[in-house]
Design a protein around this ligand. Structure first.
Ligand SMILES: Cc1cc2nc3c(=O)[nH]c(=O)nc-3n(C[C@H](O)[C@H](O)[C@H](O)COP(=O)(O)OP(=O)(O)OC[C@H]3O[C@@H](n4cnc5c(N)ncnc54)[C@H](O)[C@@H]3O)c2cc1C
Length: 277
């Protein structure tokens, strides 16, 4: 099986053009599981970890954006300036797998897999992130909402590579919370990202539907009340609004009923943390 290891984006997009059936690999923490379980049989692999611009991140205060290259691993998002700029992403990153998984697993791989349980994805949805894609001949950027189109389905074209994401910096509190069947090494049963920007709340849910759900009705409801007025009783009502926007299913990880209960608890807790009540 040929494994190409390009050292530039140009080389990678040319290789993908010439080998349209090639499988893209970053950390391999999703792909190698599929190979090991015989669910995927790559004839050709293009490994992207050696492309320098994919490994970089930067905080651009002039544009108010954080740019994260697709190969940046969770371990980098957990601490330091990146975590200070994007606390919700840091919290999400800390919940992923084990230290070994966080050292190898990347934001590009999470987007590539596009599971509704992907921990970085509710954060990208709540923060209005943009995903950057490049082929040999063109480059485009799409909002996260346009990028994720179904469970494990995204709008990446076969000749495109995810190069990274741009995430607007918010001026208010942001946080991420997840429930799983245990406290570590666990895929989420329900997850919520809540962010406050210009005194307005934004909420996105993971593992509560076929895609990440942005709760626009709940956002409008709570924002019409105003952050200064939020108390424990309103937080409970907010939980009900969020539950109403969730679309949980029964599966091997949980029941729809438990997920609906859990997401309300998480949303209310995050809201109260956000307004410090
Ligand atoms: C033990 C274990 C625990 C885990 N725990 C969690 C968890 O708690 N939360 C969570 O969200 N995930 C978890 N995962 C899943 C996985 O670690 C993440 O989804 C991770 O982000 C995948 O990144 P990767 O770089 O390893 O992707 P890879 O496995 O390399 O790739 C994943 C998919 O994305 C595609 N891809 C990779 N890079 C690109 C690119 N630049 N452009 C286009 N497509 C690309 C690949 O072709 C493949 O389809 C876990 C996995 C394991 C094995």
């Amino acid at each position: 099986m040929p494994i190409f290891i390009p050292s530039s984006l140009t080389e990678a997009t040319q290789l993908l053009s010439k080998n349209p059936d090639a499988h893209l690999l970053t950390g391999g923490t999703d792909m190698m599981v599929e190979v090991n379980f015989n669910h995927r049989h790559p004839d050709t692999v293009i490994a992207l970890r050696n492309i320098p611009e994919f490994q970089r991140w930067n905080i651009d205060t002039a544009s108010g954006l954080v740019h994260i290259g697709s190969s940046v691993p969770y371990a980098t998002m957990e601490h330091g300036d990146l975590a200070k700029a994007l606390p919700a992403l840091a919290e999400a990153a800390r919940t992923v797998g084990s230290p070994q998984i966080r050292a190898a697993g990347s934001i590009g791989g999470n987007l590539g897999t596009c599971s509704p349980a992907g921990d970085s994805l509710p954060v990208l949805a709540a923060l209005d992130a943009v995903v950057h894609l490049q082929s040999e001949s063109s480059r485009r950027s799409v909002s996260f909402a346009e990028f994720m189109v179904g469970p494990k389905r995204n709008s990446r074209l076969p000749n495109e590579i995810i190069t990274g994401v741009s995430i607007p910096i918010t001026n208010g509190w942001q946080g991420y919370a997840k429930v799983g069947v245990r406290n570590a090494m666990v895929i989420s049963v329900a997850s919520v990202c809540l962010a406050i920007h210009d005194n307005k709340v934004r909420v996105a849910l993971g593992s509560l539907g076929p895609t990440i759900i942005r709760c626009t009705e709940s956002e409008n409801w709570i924002n019409s009340i105003g952050l200064a007025n939020i108390d424990h009783s309103l937080a409970k009502e907010f939980a009900d609004h969020v539950r109403a926007e969730s679309r949980p299913i029964d599966d091997h990880r949980s029941t729809a009923e438990y997920r609906r209960h859990a997401v309300g608890v998480l949303a209310a807790r995050l809201l109260l943390r956000g307004v410090q009540k």
